[in-house]
Ligand binder design. Structure first.
Ligand SMILES: [Zn+2]
Length: 297
């Protein structure tokens, strides 16, 4: 064979190999999810079931709490409470198979500042997130509202290299989603995506059970139902599961029917729903199915 021709052939073979390898890597790429809440138990509460399903499929999921939770208790506070809540978040993360970060901002005092926005941009970039989930800016708690604003403010900016240049910008704006909530003004939550979490509901409850200071102490105290909390540990978990079993809303049911079909949707006992934020990438239904492979199964 002509040596020049031979060289050309091996060069073309090399190009083909590089092209095929790159394509396979692209196909194999697993979606990376980051859920961002105001407090160390928020992501478990709003997205724990979906996180457990992603984790079971080997997907990388991270929870970030923007505050350290140092105000959420009636008897203790400050560093002592922050330390306790950090440990609870780590235990909950272990039970779900996700990693948990807690930022050192004070609980109950969160403001939508540039400083915190940059902290969030950094977290989303470091995780190389494809999906970012956070609360809507409509909520009873100011920390939840500002978390919603801060994460919205991080959308688009995560792809701008001149912003926080010490952390490389993402190549594309991720899909930003909102957790489900009950608030009506100025507009109610719209369930664009609904996930069947029936099979991992116990896992979600187990993660919530790790947040002892919240589930069995603070929330019952501030909600005036502390007398309802059972003393025994296993009775407590059963009680927690009962309190977390919410009837599925009509609009969420309609979304479940869209993604799972009517027959399967009728059997679903627990669900988590998400709304697509206008400021992130806008996925088509086909792209949503690729990002959430559990839909329809
Ligand atoms: Zn919260």
């Amino acid at each position: 064979m002509n040596p020049i021709y031979k060289k050309l052939c091996s060069f073309l073979a090399l190009i083909l190999t590089i092209f095929l390898t790159a394509n396979t890597q692209e196909d194999d790429k697993k979606i990376r999810i980051i859920m961002i809440g105001a407090h160390p138990d928020d992501c478990d509460d709003d997205g724990g079931g979906t996180a457990a399903l992603f984790a079971q499929m080997g997907y990388a999921v991270k929870f970030v709490s923007i505050t350290n939770g140092d105000a959420g208790h009636q008897l203790i506070g400050g560093a002592e409470l922050a330390k306790r809540r950090f440990a609870e978040a780590q235990e909950a993360g272990k039970r779900l198979g996700v990693t948990c970060d807690v930022l050192d901002n004070h609980d109950g005092q969160l403001m939508p500042t540039l400083e915190v926005r940059l902290q969030i941009i950094k977290k989303i970039r470091e995780w190389n997130a494809d999906i970012v989930i956070a609360p809507r800016p409509n909520d009873y708690h100011p920390d939840h509202r500002y978390t919603g604003v801060l994460v919205q403010d991080a959308a688009y900016m995560v792809a701008v290299p001149n912003i926080a240049p010490e952390t490389p910008a993402l190549k594309k704006n991720p899909v930003f989603l909102y957790f489900q909530d009950r608030f009506q003004r100025p507009n109610p939550f719209r369930p664009d995506i609904a996930v069947d979490i029936t099979n991992v509901f116990d896992k979600k409850v187990s993660a919530l059970d790790a947040h002892v200071s919240q589930m069995y102490e603070w929330l019952p105290w501030i909600g005036h139902y502390a007398d309802k909390v059972p003393k025994d540990k296993s009775d407590r978990v059963k009680w927690l599961a009962e309190t977390r079993k919410q009837p599925i809303r009509t609009d969420v049911k309609t979304a479940l029917e869209k993604w799972y079909g009517k027959e399967k949707a009728a059997t679903i006992k627990n669900a988590e729903a998400f709304e697509i934020c206008e400021y992130g990438a806008q996925p088509s239904d086909e792209e949503i199915k690729k990002m959430f492979p559990m839909l329809g199964k």
